[in-house]
Design a protein around this ligand. Structure first.
Ligand SMILES: Nc1ncnc2c1ncn2[C@@H]1O[C@H](COP(=O)(O)OP(=O)(O)O)[C@@H](O)[C@H]1O
Ligand SMILES: [Mg+2]
Length: 291
């Protein structure tokens, strides 16, 4: 099969890992840099040019769309979908999961447990904060990644002033209950084709509440409980993502989904668990091309 990885960084670990896995399975693998793609529609069909050459021989693409290229990247994925190319994640699921609020709405509709969350641009900040009692709250930009864009407001006064500042800056954000009992830990499950293929527990470094590896968190492999595995699978299904990373917080009311990542990094999880996730993604493509 001819399989392309859509990635701006040919040398990134995840891209390399996917290329290697595809080559080992005897596929023709290539990297397409979205920055060199030209999207066109003409004579009733979608046409794609890469460095001015028409691309019409791909069987599948693996989108690795960075957070700063969501609009263009998802448009490119939609283009491939309309050309009949199998995409391991579709354009609409990428858009829905990228926006944290939309993601929570989709999860809630599917009955997946999420922390109590309010969309940020509320008319009455005091009334919105009253929903969370006297405790600390989390404030979160809708499009943040790597833990950047997540604020822990420990007092009512800091929550109030930070929300007013975010509103004045016209930022788009949510107000969320702080799950203190997770103690800076969360779970990352990788779901491929409706199954959890790997999972790790991440722990924030001391003095930090964000467990992201980019923020200095550490990771260890973990076997998910049946309930944890189930919620990860339901989250992936709700967002219609063939491949995703699901972040789960253990609260006193059970596991809650914090976010669903349509372009999960493979380096941390492959190195932590020793599981070859890239090959599982290639196998998923192979299964879909046969059916
Ligand atoms: N409501 C919350 N309660 C406790 N910790 C949280 C909460 N929201 C986020 N965190 C911590 O912050 C990290 C980053 O938040 P997340 O929503 O996943 O944003 P990002 O997309 O930047 O990773 C999480 O992995 C978790 O450790
Ligand atoms: Mg996260």
């Amino acid at each position: 099969m001819n399989i392309a990885v859509l990635s701006r960084g040919e040398h990134l670990y995840s891209t390399q890992s996917l290329l290697k896995a595809g080559l080992a399975r005897n596929h023709n693998m290539e990297v397409l840099d979205p920055a060199h793609c030209t999207l066109a529609v003409a004579q009733g069909k979608a046409v794609l040019y890469y460095y001015n050459e028409v691309v019409d021989d791909l069987h599948a693409v693996i989108p690795r769309i960075g957070a700063s290229h969501t609009y263009y990247g998802s448009s490119l994925v939609r283009h491939f979908q309309s050309m009949g190319v199998f995409c391991v994640v579709g354009a609409e699921p990428i858009l829905q999961s990228r926006n944290k609020w939309t993601c929570f709405q989709v999860l809630a509709k599917a009955g997946v447990s999420v922390p109590k969350t309010i969309l940020g641009n509320v008319p009455d900040v005091e009334a919105a904060l009253a929903h969370f009692g006297k405790g600390p709250v989390i404030l979160k930009l809708l499009q943040g990644t790597h833990g950047q864009g997540v604020i822990l407001a420990e007092t009512h006064a800091s929550a109030l002033s930070t929300i007013e500042t975010l509103k004045t800056a016209k930022a788009r954000f949510v107000i969320q209950e702080f799950i203190a009992e997770s103690n800076g830990a969360d779970l990352r499950a990788i779901v491929v084709d409706g199954q959890v293929v790997a999972a790790m527990k991440r722990q924030s470094r001391s003095g930090e509440f964000r467990s992201n590896l980019h923020r200095g968190g550490t990771a260890e492999p973990i076997n998910l409980s049946h309930v944890q595995e189930n919620i990860a699978i339901r989250a992936a299904k709700a967002l219609k993502l063939g491949v995703c990373g699901v972040d789960i917080l253990e609260s006193q009311h059970g596991p809650m989904v914090l976010e669903v990542n349509s372009t999960p990094g493979l380096e941390g999880i492959e190195n932590t668990t020793g599981i070859d996730i890239a090959t599982k993604i290639i196998n998923y493509i192979e299964r879909n091309k046969r059916t």
